[in-house]
Ligand binder design. Structure first.
Ligand code: AMP
Ligand code: MG
Length: 417
């Protein structure tokens, strides 16, 4: 007798799955104004145009003397010092045939066309009625040590664009054009829960009291931290037991007031995997087998108005699928333009002789010689690999790797920001 074969779902290429997932991520309509102090990591909702030029006027980039080059004659000319201009002062037009004492950041007086560093002159103190003077050791060239008005930002320039993720430097630039508040996308509201009867919370049961079969819930910790880094408001709903009624109740309450319900575990097709039937009962669900390793099972669906994403339970699978799929999804919800991490071609300093048929994301680390070392255990349960590594090698399906081969390195710093 031949048994009927279970239906074979074809594995989906990652790029297809990502494109479909991003097709569901419509940027959130509402924005909010936040203090520039608190806008790091948020996504800008409007172009920011400068109402002024930066620097506002020509200013000195050295402590020294402002002068007019045409006033200088002979190899070691002397000029009397006629005024003193500190940063924050405005100064007066330069008297012909004199120099002005000037400090870094102070406006260059009208009529001056160069700054001479104080190290390049000798100061001759005042004597009787004669004011102090300087003797130049070196002749200046016109324009030297002057920062020009508008050389950083011109009036009317778009300084930061809509969809940009704000960095510490962009906060400084926004401040330099006078912006104390910035219009940003509101934070996505994410409900997070872990599934699995084997899961125990650190702090609730001591290591020596752990029952056989129990493990600590590690996914909850890194998923929550990753969500925070992406600017989300997280409602952590804890651990949901492997029961249909509990899963339904958790999903129903999570669908209220959240943009996304994110779960880990329970998306395989074992009979203890309750996520799939529960989401199907409340809304709709697509269960994808994505052709990547680690991280094959992945679910996208809707529960009422909320998006639903189910990540695999194996910690490394959960971590990697979050970075590859959930991260760009959450950035797109916030209207971010730049969703793909920048990768670098680097030489492998390892061998990968038995490549998988799926596209693999190997945990590796840059070494001092500029190459990549491989973590020895690439199992999807070994979270140590993600701590040891500082990036992933994005390896095409069935591609073996020999030492010296150039591979595609995705720095974790690109994915964790
Ligand atoms: P599942 O996807 O529920 O079949 O889980 C796959 C594997 O991941 C099992 O070995 C689980 O015990 C483990 N796992 C699931 N959830 C977590 C979690 N939150 N923390 C650590 N391991 C987990
Ligand atoms: Mg499970």
């Amino acid at each position: 007798m031949t048994l009927p074969r279970p239906p074979q779902t074809a594995l989906r290429p990652l790029d297809d799955a990502l494109a479909e997932l991003l097709g569901h991520a419509h940027p959130l309509a509402d924005h909010e104004a936040v203090s520039t102090f608190h806008a790091d990591g948020r996504v800008l909702a409007q172009d920011q145009v400068s109402a002024l030029q930066v620097p506002p006027q020509d200013n000195s980039s050295m402590d020294g003397y402002a002068l007019r080059c045409a006033d200088l004659t002979g190899p070691n000319p002397m000029l009397p010092v006629s005024q003193r201009i500190a940063a924050g002062a405005s100064g007066t037009p330069l008297t012909a045939g004199t120099a002005a004492r000037i400090f870094t950041g102070a406006p260059v007086p009208e009529g001056a066309d160069a700054i001479v560093m104080q190290e390049d002159c000798e100061l001759l103190p005042a004597e009787g009625d004669a004011p102090p003077a300087i003797r130049l050791r070196k002749l200046p060239v016109p324009g030297q040590w002057i920062r020009r008005a508008g050389e950083d930002v011109t009036r009317g320039a778009v300084v930061l664009t809509r969809g940009a993720r704000l960095t510490p430097a962009s906060l400084g630039l926004a401040a330099s054009i006078g912006l104390d508040r910035l219009q940003v996308a509101r934070r996505p509201r994410v409900a997070l829960f872990s599934t699995g009867d084997e899961l125990v919370m650190p702090g609730e049961v001591a290591p020596e009291q752990m029952k056989p079969g129990s493990i600590y819930n590690s996914n909850r910790f890194f998923l929550r931290a990753l969500l925070h880094r992406l600017g989300c408001d997280v409602s952590d709903l804890g651990i949901v037991p492997d029961r249909r009624d509990a899963t339904l109740a958790a999903l129903q309450s999570a669908a209220q007031d959240h943009d996304l319900i994110l779960t880990s575990g329970g998306v395989s097709v074992g009979e203890e995997d309750h996520i799939k039937p529960a989401v199907q009962a409340l809304g709709r669900l697509d269960l994808w087998q994505i052709a990547i390793k680690p991280g094959k099972p992945f679910a996208y669906g809707r529960v009422q108005d909320a998006h639903f994403i189910g990540l695999p339970g194996n910690p490394v699978s959960s971590f990697v699928t979050f970075l590859l799929l959930v991260r760009p999804f959450l950035l797109k919800l916030q209207g971010a333009q730049d969703l793909a991490p920048k990768t670098i071609a680097l030489p492998a300093h390892f061998t990968w002789p038995r490549a998988d048929k799926r596209r693999e994301f190997l945990r590796v680390r840059r070494n001092a010689a500029g190459g990549l070392d491989l973590f020895e255990n690439q199992s999807s349960g070994v979270l140590t690999s993600a701590v040891w590594g500082d990036g992933l090698v994005d390896n095409p399906p069935s591609q073996t790797i020999a030492p010296g081969d150039l591979v595609r390195f995705v720095p974790l710093s690109e994915l964790l920001a």
